[in-house]
Design a protein around this ligand. Sequence first.
Ligand code: ADP
Ligand code: AMP
Length: 213
Amino acid sequence: MKIVMLGAPGAGKGTQAEKLAAKYGLPHISTGDIFRKNIKEGTELGKEAKSYMDAGKLVPDELTVRILLDRVSNEDCKNGYILDGFPRTIPQAEALDKELNRLGGKIDFAVDVDVPDENIINRMSGRRACPKCGATYHIQYVPPKKDGICDECGAELVIRDDDRPETVKNRLAVYHEQTQPLVEYYKKKEVYRAVDGTLDVEAVFDSIKDILE
Ligand code: ADP
Ligand code: AMP
């Protein structure tokens, strides 16, 4: 099963993708996580991606597509995968479909975690991330057991650089302009399904499971 998670930044794509990956035994592939890992390791890719990410802009398609197609060609992806944060533009979606066509596959579901902009600001300002293992929390809705400490690995949680209020506004504008057109793209392919992302984490997860099963 190949699933694309759609939705605004901070809608809860990563939170749901992680749960789906565990339930269905599929890899959770987040282009944002791949970029952040490269930034942490100081690679050339990380250096290039950082300037775009810090400004709330998208990393160029050519680079992003190359990284993603390379990742999904790995052995662990042969039974499917959950894409979180990719595609974010029509050219990215087309590049993925072209490759899938070539291999005789297709995207089975594009699940849109639908959350209005008003809630997004709140979601992103309360988000805390683990710089070591990538786990995500929310100070109000998904708090760690111990304040500021990752449940999974014990590292100190941080605010992502691109979750600062100035950047969040840019990211939302970029989402509406460049990513939202994917709703029509996947509707045309008859794989688009929307869920109410304002519900709590378990309720959103239940709606997605209903769709997939
Ligand atoms: P995305 O991957 O779409 O950017 P995340 O999964 O990182 O979004 O979620 C953004 C923030 O909102 C995180 O702090 C997360 O813990 C929190 N969150 C995710 N889903 C929900 C939900 N259903 N209700 C409340 N908070 C949520
Ligand atoms: P995310 O973790 O999905 O919120 O992504 C964080 C940032 O990484 C985005 O704001 C972009 O700058 C960059 N990014 C992640 N995925 C993509 C993508 N598919 N296309 C372009 N930029 C991306």
